[in-house]
Design a protein around this ligand. Structure first.
Ligand code: KIV
Length: 274
């Protein structure tokens, strides 16, 4: 059982082999998810909502991310551990360098995830120059929920889709090692995944991405409030947490999850084929 690295994920992408990711916030779930074959454990700032019961991810602090990342690292055997950088922790490149340093040194993250497109280019360049692996998060950015006026599908029209594709390419050129696309139309996610060499993880972004991620509480049917359209309860049919995660991994790898009903369409109508 060898450690999953960025190189492993790049090789999987090159072979057309899908990988599975789930959020984890503690050592016990991390151990189960890892044993069930999940390749990437995301210590998401979603912990603010599902673990702390906050209204959004905004109150999560760097110290809390360090704590949960260290817990997950202790439970992980082979999975790559990705830690989210919380709201305002990367507001400028120097601040990002200091906070990412804490999440990696004290928390033990293998890679950090940073929300934001073109505005994060200088930060990504600086972190990459310091040898820090980065996953850039595009599409729906939950840390901007107040600015966006809610959690809405992004990139549905031609202009916003082109902006997401352009940001994706620019971030990879600046040094991003992975991309995460949240709640974008499946055809856009497919286009981004084909346009970049780095692995692309999707959530609510269709089956065309190189990997899939879900908030683990959603697949275990313990979501607080309404379950998102792009999620699926894997526990009901499996009967155990380990079984549910094994099913999730198998469906991601087999290409049956996400299905049509879990994906979004763009509002751009293709011209009729005459
Ligand atoms: O914080 C999180 O769990 C995330 C996922 C929604 C991708 O960023």
């Amino acid at each position: 059982m060898s450690q999953i690295t960025l190189a492993t994920l790049r090789q999987m992408k090159a072979r057309g082999e899908k990988f599975a990711s789930l959020t984890a916030y503690d050592a016990s779930f991390a151990r189960i998810f890892d044993a069930a074959g999940v390749e990437v454990l995301l210590v998401g700032d979603s912990l603010g909502m599902v673990f702390q019961g906050q209204e959004s991810t905004l109150p999560v602090t760097v110290t809390e991310m360090v704590y949960h990342t260290a817990c997950v690292r202790r439970g992980a055997q082979r999975a790559l551990v990705m830690a989210d950088m919380p709201f305002m922790s990367c507001a400028n490149p120097e601040l990002a360098l200091m906070n990412v340093g804490r999440v990696m040194q004290e928390g033990g993250a293998h890679i950090v995830k940073i929300e934001g497109g073109a505005i994060m280019l200088d930060t990504v360049r600086l972190l990459a120059a310091h040898g820090i692996p980065i996953c850039s998060h595009l599409g729906l950015l939950p840390q901007r929920v107040n600015k966006m006026g809610g959690y809405r599908v992004q990139g549905r029209d031609e202009a916003s889709a082109a902006a997401i594709l352009g940001d994706a390419q620019a971030l990879v050129a600046a040094g991003a090692d992975m991309l995460l696309l949240e709640c974008v139309p499946a055809d856009l996610a497919q286009e981004v995944s084909s346009a970049v060499e780095v692995p692309v993880i999707g959530i609510g972004a269709g089956a065309g991405c190189d990997g899939q991620v879900l908030v683990s509480y959603d697949i275990l049917n313990i979501t607080l409030g309404k379950t998102p359209k792009f999620a699926k309860d894997f526990l009901a049919a499996a009967g155990s947490v380990q079984g549910a995660v094994e099913r999730y991994v198998a469906e991601v790898k087999g290409g049956t999850f996400p299905a049509e009903e879990h994906t979004f369409k763009s509002s751009v109508v293709a011209p009729p084929v005459s």
